[in-house]
Design a binder for this molecule. Structure first.
Ligand SMILES: NC(=O)c1ccc[n+]([C@@H]2O[C@H](COP(=O)([O-])OP(=O)(O)OC[C@H]3O[C@@H](n4cnc5c(N)ncnc54)[C@H](OP(=O)(O)O)[C@@H]3O)[C@@H](O)[C@H]2O)c1
Ligand SMILES: *[C@@H]1O[C@H](CO)[C@@H](O)[C@H](O)[C@H]1NC(C)=O
Length: 275
């Protein structure tokens, strides 16, 4: 695909995160135009100044959604999942049937999205994508997999890191990737509480807890080692770290976190069944 246009239908938190990541990245083939569609004029004006680039056009409202889709080779869906049917009704007249659909909607399945085109990629990402350090997993329809998987990975990778995953694993990924930041934030809050309890000023405790989590993640990513191996290297025999770790095991923290992922995945699966 060359000289292509992207329409982003629903350019809120996630749509803007993906769009600004693309704007900051360099890859070939690069889009020649990105049309960002919202519902309200206010957001549209804000977007134009936020995503300051010659590539960006902004528009709002049903009629302009339709126009944007008629010009688009790729449609990125960034509206809320419950809006999908309405947005589809607005634009169905402009769908050519061979456009590539990239959906950011949690829950909406490739089968449901196929009413728009046989070429569908379903992306699950998370809020850190706003800062270029998000995680994204991507599933494809059979048609899209062979034709567009390279292009989709180039478009999504700039949010941080993108990996392919079969659609059957999407509920698990929704839990780990989508909800994961909230689970990490609870752990971070607890580290801050502990620091403050022992007399650290709040600002120091907060900065320290965030840097500890960032640095720990970097060690795992850069060494490729199992977390348990890195953890054992921190434990001096008879020392402070092993003492703290045993308290965490007594409290069932490990099981608590793993079961939180299980519960979130179960809830994600139950949403799909209800429809
Ligand atoms: N937030 C997360 O952590 C997260 C994580 C993973 C996946 N997701 C998925 O990402 C998707 C978007 O979530 P979000 O948090 O980015 O939501 P959001 O910020 O509320 O964005 C939704 C956008 O859709 C626009 N919109 C509403 N109706 C429209 C229409 N008829 N035509 C065009 N645009 C329309 C809204 O415009 P106005 O503001 O002008 O009304 C808004 O900009 C959801 O499907 C969610 O499942 C979110
Ligand atoms: C998730 O669902 C499975 C199957 O229904 C069930 O066995 C399991 O206990 C559930 N997990 C949680 C954390 O509720």
């Amino acid at each position: 695909m060359e000289d292509y246009t992207i329409a982003v239908l629903g350019c809120g938190v996630m749509g803007t995160a993906v769009t600004s990541a693309i704007l900051k990245a360099k890859f070939e083939p690069y889009p020649s135009k990105i049309i960002c569609c919202t519902n309200s004029e206010k957001l549209s004006t804000e977007l134009k100044s936020k995503l300051d680039s010659d590539l960006i056009e902004t528009s709002y409202g049903s009629e302009s959604n339709n126009k944007a889709v008629s010009k688009a080779d790729i449609v990125i869906l960034g509206c809320k999942p419950f809006m999908f049917k309405d947005v589809y009704e607005q634009v169905k007249g402009s769908l050519s049937g061979d456009q590539l659909i990239i959906s950011l909607l949690a829950g909406t399945t490739i089968e449901e999205l196929s009413v728009m085109s046989p070429y569908v990629a379903k992306v699950m990402t998370n809020t850190p994508a706003q800062f270029g350090c998000g995680m994204a997993v991507v599933s494809f329809s059979d048609e899209a997999e062979s034709k567009y998987s390279d292009l989709v990975m180039k478009l999504i990778d700039p949010v941080g890191k993108a990996m392919k995953l079969p659609e059957k694993n999407m509920d698990a990924a929704t839990a780990l990737v989508g909800s994961g930041p909230a689970f990490c934030l609870l752990m971070m809050e607890a580290l801050v509480d502990g620091g403050v309890r022992m007399g650290l000023p709040y600002a120091v405790a907060k900065e320290s807890a965030a840097k500890v989590m960032e640095g720990t993640a970097k060690m795992v990513l850069e060494t490729g080692e199992h977390p348990a191996a890195l953890k054992s290297k921190i434990c001096t025999p008879g020392g402070t770290t092993i003492g703290g770790l045993l308290k965490m095991e007594d409290a069932g923290v490990r099981g608590g976190i793993a079961r939180a992922v299980e519960e979130a995945a179960n809830i994600s699966a139950s949403f799909a069944k209800k429809k």
